[in-house]
Design a protein around this ligand. Structure first.
Ligand code: FAD
Length: 466
């Protein structure tokens, strides 16, 4: 008999609880990855994240060899493939990590049934968060709807430490494996995007760089998209290239050695890690957020049909430099700075009056770090409809956001080459002379003040109808 560890979004050998538990048995171990067999355009998936996944799987295969094992790749529906491999390797047990989203969870229900049917032990481990959704509840056992009390509770719970070292193991020789996947397997083309380097060791490098050089100044620099002020580890947490325990332990170590300012920076950073878990909890307890507004008051808002303006938003040609820079960063790299995610999301919903679900979907398709819970949370926050969201009347002005967070136009010029020679003061208000900022760069597609009033009217109308 042997034992299976099914890799899902935990593409690493370090601090991998499920892999370690499976290896502890001393039985031959099958490290398995099942690639999905959907083809072509998928509502929420695009080439950037798949390319990163492929690179990370290639790195994982190499890393497993250092432990003595061999990655077994299969392709198809998870249940059918698990059924086959359980038989082939006469598995006594299956180990894997629980998924944070309803799609992954529905597969888990079927996997448990399959294991029961086949008489195989099924071990589901927690991995994705420091605290699962049912660990952080109000005194009456209810989920939190607001972040601050959630965080107060979260912060005080004891955190587990990473596992010291991965254990060596052997993979049965007779098992066949498909070649490592490429994006062509899903009918996608290799993206020309400059995505982050995939793989566990690149991720560890990014974490090290962030902890050593960035997070002590995090409070001061994180909101400035032109500065390299954030950790850039989101795609690594998304694919499990580093564990959240490793990230948290590194923060605590740095915090112990930091001065007053450094400690504050690290605390702010840890709070962001808690936002990630807050959104996991929201999605777990309120999975309807994927279909409708979290806040029932705002169900039924009148959205505009997406037309030319939506195309302009997607391609970074709205004539609002900060919005266009963000959308172009996304197209060029599969990443967008958090401050600009908020600006572009608010612009879509409050200036163009386009349904946040369309923006959510566009982001999911392009982001390498596309995380269902955080993306939904971020979109509903920006639309003013979410858990602990920005109130609907607090509408960010893209021009004054630029004055605050990119006053010298560093970020704008980085992503919009047409504007390289334009004085940054001109990015802070609509062109006074009514002429484009540069040849080939469009005039603003809407007037912010007018659209702001329209948004307030839309929200107020709905409120008065309820
Ligand atoms: P850092 O600032 O260094 O933060 C460290 C880590 O904390 C991040 O890697 C991330 O895991 C977590 N984090 C930080 N801010 C948030 C937040 N507001 N919500 C949840 N987790 C957070 N994040 C995703 O990981 N995937 C998404 O699909 C995603 N979509 C978003 C959509 C919108 C509209 C908005 C406003 C935010 C979204 N975020 C998403 C949150 C945030 O923008 C990114 O996590 C962050 O920009 C990643 O960069 P970083 O790793 O340098 O972050």
């Amino acid at each position: 008999p042997s034992i299976i560890h099914w890799f899902r979004r935990d593409l690493r050998i370090a601090d991998n609880p499920s892999l370690s538990s499976a290896a502890e048995s001393g039985l031959p171990l099958v490290p398995l990855y099942i690639t999905s067999d959907w083809q072509g355009r998928h509502h929420w998936t695009g080439p950037n994240r798949q390319q990163f996944l492929c690179g990370s799987l290639a790195a994982l295969a190499k890393n497993l060899e250092t432990l003595g094992g061999r990655l077994i790749v299969r392709r198809g529906g998870a249940i059918a493939e698990l059924r086959k491999i359980i038989r082939e390797c006469r598995a006594a047990a299956l180990h894997y990590h629980a998924s944070p989203d309803p799609f992954g969870k529905s597969v888990e229900t079927q996997v448990s049934l399959l294991c029961a049917e086949l008489g195989v032990e099924c071990h589901i481990h927690a991995d994705i968060a420091l605290h699962g959704p049912d660990e952080v509840l109000t005194q009456s056992g209810q989920p939190y709807r607001v972040f601050t009390p959630y965080f107060r509770n979260w912060e005080n719970l004891p955190k587990s430490s990473p596992i010291a070292k991965p254990r060596p193991f052997k993979t049965p020789d007779h098992l066949t494996s498909l070649p490592l996947p490429t994006v062509a397997d899903w009918g996608l083309e290799v993206p020309e995007t400059q995505i982050a380097e995939p793989g566990e060791s690149a991720a560890r490098g990014r974490l090290k760089h962030a902890i050593a050089g960035k997070i002590e100044n995090y409070s001061a620099s994180r909101d400035f998209p032109g500065a390299d002020g954030t950790s850039r580890i989101s795609q690594d947490l998304r694919h499990g290239l580093v564990s959240i325990r490793t990230v948290h332990a590194a923060c605590l170590k740095a915090r112990a050695a930091a001065d007053h300012v450094g400690k504050a920076g690290i605390d702010t950073f840890i709070k962001e890690l808690a936002w990630r878990e807050f959104y996991f909890a929201i999605l777990h307890h309120f999975p309807n957020v994927l279909r409708e507004e979290f806040n029932a008051d705002w169900r039924g808002l009148e959205w505009h049909e997406p037309g030319r303006d939506f195309e302009a938003w997607k391609t970074g040609t709205t004539g609002f430099p900060i919005v266009d820079a963000g959308m172009r960063e996304l197209l060029a790299t599969g990443f967008m700075h958090n401050r600009v995610r908020m600006i572009t999301a608010m612009f879509l919903t409050k200036d163009l009056h386009i349904d946040w679900k369309l923006g959510e979907s566009w982001f999911m398709r392009h982001l390498v770090d596309g995380e269902i819970a955080s993306n939904n949370g971020g979109w509903q926050w920006s639309a003013g409809t979410g858990a602990d969201a920005a109130p609907y009347f607090r509408i960010q002005n893209p021009w004054s956001q630029t004055a605050r967070y990119d006053p010298d136009g560093v970020y704008i010029k980085r992503w919009i080459p047409e504007l390289a020679k334009v004085h940054p003061s001109r990015f802070l208000e609509p062109p006074k002379d009514g002429r484009p900022l540069a040849p080939g760069y469009p005039l603003p597609c809407v007037d912010h003040k007018t659209e702001r009033e329209r948004t307030l009217a839309i929200f107020n109308r709905l409120r008065s109808q309820k």
